[in-house]
Write a protein that binds this ligand. Structure first.
Ligand SMILES: Cc1cc2nc3c(=O)[nH]c(=O)nc-3n(C[C@H](O)[C@H](O)[C@H](O)COP(=O)(O)O)c2cc1C
Length: 369
C-alpha cells in the first residue's frame, strides 16, 4: 500500500506527524518519535526567548487535553547550536521547524534556523486576530527563506478563509489547522480554585473533543482557498480519523493529544494500521484518498427510524434521548413504536443506539462511536 503524500514539494513516506508540543521538545524526544515511524516531524515552537511555563501545565480526560504550555522552554541558542545540528545529522525524515510569534521574532529567528528546516510552521497563537499582522509576519519570513511556509491557524481566528488568503498573498504555501481551542477553564468546586492555567487563569483545550471543529476548518479552507496546502490537526486518535482529515482536504496530518491520553506509541499504531484502514474503506493509496471529492446533499424531508428488533435490547436509550418525544419502547411487549407524526427525522436515536439496532435516518449505517 502506497502511503506516501506530497505537500509543497516535500515527499513524506506516510502522512502522519507529531503536532508541535512537549513530545517534540528537544533532539532526544524528536528522534524517539521519529523511530515510531512517522512521515515527518515538527519541533516545539521556538521563539526568541525561552518560555516561562506555569506548572502544572497539562491535564487530560479520555476526550480532551487541557494545557497551559506556551512555546519552547529552551532558549533559541540551544536549538540553533545543539538540537537542530544533531537533528540535521541524524534525522532521516523531513523536519518542520515551528516558530513564533511576531514579525520582529521572525527577522531574528529565520536566518538562524533556515539551514535546518525542510519547511517552517508558524504559530500565530499569541499574535491576536488582526489579519494585516499575519500578512506582515509571513512577509518577514519570506524575506529570509525559500523554504515552504505553513501558517498555523488558531481556532480563535474569526475569519479562517481571510487568514489563509492573507497568508497566501504574502508568500505562504499552506495552513496547519488547527491549534488548540480556547481560552478554556478548569475549576475545582471543593477547593474553590481555578486548578491551573497561565497568568490569566485560562488553559487551552485539544484532543478528540475538538476534532469536528478541526475537520470543518480543513474542509472549509481546502474548498475556499484550493491552492493552499492544508495540514490537518485536532483530535486525531486513529487511522480512521486520518482518513477523515485526508478526505476533508488535508495532504497530511498531525496529532499530539491522543498520545498524551493513550501513550506515545499511538503514532506507531496509527501508521501501522493505516494500510488496513485504507483497504477497509476501499482505497488503494493515500494519494487516492487525498484526490477524492466529498459529496453532500441537503434535504428537509424526514426519514424515520427503522428498528431491528433482533438487535434491540429495549434499553430505552432512544426513548430517553428523543428530542421530539416520538419513540416509545415497550420491553414487556418487545416492541418499539415510532410516532411518525411527531418524529422529526433528526437522527439522534440512530447515533445514540448502543447496539446499532436503528437505521434509516442518517445516510450511513450505525451509531457514532
Ligand atoms: C501540551 C501541549 C503543548 C502544545 N504546544 C504547542 C506549541 O508549542 N506550538 C504549537 O503550535 N502548538 C502547540 N500545541 C497545539 C498542538 O500542536 C495541536 O495543534 C493541538 O493540540 C490540536 O491537536 P491534538 O488534538 O492532536 O492535540 C500544544 C498542545 C498541547 C496539548
Amino acid at each position: 500500500m502506497d502511503l506516501s503524500t506530497r505537500f509543497a514539494g516535500i515527499l513524506l513516506e506516510n502522512p502522519v506527524m507529531p503536532a508541535s508540543g512537549p513530545l517534540v521538545g528537544d533532539d532526544e524526544k524528536i528522534l524517539y518519535i521519529a523511530r515510531l515511524g512517522v512521515g515527518a516531524v515538527v519541533t516545539k515552537t521556538i521563539s526568541t526567548k525561552a518560555a516561562q511555563v506555569p506548572r502544572p501545565c497539562i491535564g487530560a480526560t479520555q476526550s480532551y487535553v487541557m494545557n497551559a504550555e506556551l512555546w519552547s522552554e529552551l532558549p533559541p541558542e540551544r536549538w540553533i547550536k545543539e538540537i537542530l545540528p544533531r537533528l540535521k545529522r541524524e534525522l532521516k525524515i523531513p523536519l518542520i521547524v515551528s516558530v513564533g510569534y511576531t514579525k520582529e521574532d521572525m527577522e531574528e529567528l529565520i536566518p538562524e534556523l533556515d539551514e535546518f528546516a525542510d519547511a517552517f510552521e508558524v504559530s500565530t497563537h499569541y499574535v491576536g486576530k488582526d489579519l494585516s499582522k499575519i500578512g506582515e509576519i509571513v512577509a518577514a519570513i519570506r524575506k529570509h527563506t525559500e523554504k515552504p511556509i505553513f501558517m498555523k491557524m488558531s481556532p480563535h481566528i474569526p475569519d479562517p478563509v481571510g487568514f489563509a488568503k492573507v497568508a497566501k498573498e504574502n508568500g505562504a504555501n499552506g495552513v496547519v489547522a488547527i491549534n488548540s481551542l480556547g481560552p478554556t477553564l478548569k475549576i475545582d468546586p471543593n477547593k474553590r480554585i481555578v486548578v491551573f492555567g497561565g497568568k490569566d487563569s485560562f488553559v487551552w483545550t485539544s484532543g478528540p473533543a475538538i476534532k469536528p471543529l478541526a475537520l470543518a476548518m480543513v474542509y472549509m479552507l481546502s474548498r475556499e482557498v484550493p491552492d493552499m496546502e492544508i495540514i490537518g490537526v485536532g483530535g486525531i486518535k486513529s487511522a480512521d480519523d486520518v482518513v477523515e482529515f485526508l478526505l476533508a482536504g488535508a495532504k497530511a496530518v498531525q496529532l499530539l493529544s491522543a498520545a498524551l491520553i493513550h501513550g506515545k506509541d499511538i503514532y506507531k499504531r496509527i501508521v501501522e494500521s493505516l494500510p488496513r484502514v485504507l483497504e477497509k474503506y476501499g482505497f488503494s493509496s493515500v494519494e487516492e484518498v487525498v484526490n477524492t471529492k466529498l459529496e453532500f446533499e441537503v434535504s428537509c424531508s424526514p426519514n424515520h427510524p427503522r428498528v431491528d428488533l433482533s438487535k434491540c435490547t429495549f434499553c430505552k436509550t432512544c426513548e430517553w434521548v428523543c428530542p421530539y418525544w416520538a419513540i416509545f419502547v415497550h420491553p414487556d411487549r418487545r416492541e418499539v413504536v415510532v410516532d411518525e407524526e411527531k418524529c422529526f427525522g433528526c437522527g439522534l436515536c440512530q447515533t445514540r443506539c448502543p447496539v446499532n439496532a436503528i437505521s434509516g435516518v442518517m445516510p450511513v449505517e450505525g451509531r457514532w462511536l
